[in-house]
Ligand binder design. Sequence first.
Ligand code: HEC
Ligand code: HEC
Ligand code: HEC
Ligand code: HEC
Ligand code: HEC
Length: 212
Amino acid sequence: MDKLKKGRILKVLSLITLLLLAVAAFATEVQAQETCLQCHGDVGQNVEGSVHSFLSCTSCHTDITGFPHPEGASLDKKESVVTCSYCHKGQITESYRESFHGKAVHLGSQRSATCADCHGAHDVLGADNPNSKVAKANIPQTCATCHDKPSPGFAEGSQHFKLAPTGPGAPMYYTAKFFIWLTLITITALVIHIELQLYHNLRTILRERKRG
Ligand code: HEC
Ligand code: HEC
Ligand code: HEC
Ligand code: HEC
Ligand code: HEC
């Protein structure tokens, strides 16, 4: 057999192996999913009807393969956000990270809002679907699960804006800038004030020494 032929056969063989591996992985995933549904049928139905119908349970619950579940299989708020951020990156995730909710969850708050708190974990629907938790008409109700008596217009702003000098994030951007400068100017003025006071005290002491 010449070298060229051997190389071709190897290539075909490795391709077949890859294909088999992919089929096996898919079969395992389908099997795992079937297993989950034996006990979590209601969750399965929710996912089936959501924008994520193409995902399996283990796409998001990566550390669970069967029952009994490993310790720490339940997702706390931080892990819940990390789970959605496997796939949703960029502007959506960044704007969340910069929000009140994102910062609080990052600091360990167990009360603030995660992606799943506003969108649902298993029944996620696009904003244009009238049944979505984030459809325009349903947003006030979604916020009200935590914010008892929101002021009028509370739920009106966009939830995923960037702090940028233009666009819906502009007011927040300039407010943040304003407070940063206000802080810097206040601290500078304070330091100058203290230095002047010290200088004044020193001169008084020196003058009194001269006299005395
Ligand atoms: C034999 C029934 C059974 C099967 C099969 C099963 N679960 Fe569970 N699952 C439970 C029960 C009962 C609980 C709540 C008690 C507990 O935490 O063990 C639970 C809890 C959970 C939780 C919440 C976290 C937790 O530990 O409380 C997740 C997430 C979960 N299951 C995902 C899965 C996934 C994914 C699969 C498939 C790979 C699966 N389950 C298969 C019975 C099952
Ligand atoms: C798109 C990602 C995603 C998929 C797909 C997904 N889950 Fe979850 N699941 C989550 C998140 C995130 C949480 C945590 C909920 C929270 O933060 O309130 C969760 C929580 C759970 C819980 C805890 C109880 C609850 O409802 O909050 C169970 C049980 C569970 N999942 C089972 C499943 C099963 C079974 C499947 C497959 C049919 C599945 N999940 C598919 C993201 C997912
Ligand atoms: C394994 C990858 C993956 C994970 C994990 C995941 N998503 Fe998705 N999500 C997608 C894909 C892909 C789409 C479909 C995009 C489309 O249809 O344009 C989508 C669609 C969406 C949509 C609708 C967007 C639209 O334009 O219609 C929302 C909202 C959403 N996901 C929120 C979440 C939330 C909340 C979580 C966590 C609970 C999550 N996703 C976890 C991959 C993922
Ligand atoms: C405080 C509630 C809230 C939180 C927290 C939140 N979102 Fe949203 N999200 C919304 C609302 C409301 C919309 C509808 C459009 C808007 O207001 O920006 C939206 C829009 C989206 C969209 C586009 C949906 C579409 O159909 O176009 C995606 C994708 C999304 N969010 C994913 C996420 C992910 C991922 C996280 C976490 C990293 C997250 N969201 C956190 C409320 C929230
Ligand atoms: C899961 C509970 C939860 C949900 C749902 C939720 N929030 Fe919040 N939100 C909080 C908590 C708790 C705080 C207090 C600060 C912190 O810990 O993040 C907060 C703080 C805020 C703040 C800044 C401080 C303030 O009180 O003015 C705004 C603005 C806000 N939320 C708007 C919204 C809007 C709009 C929605 C709906 C799209 C929403 N939240 C949904 C829990 C939630």
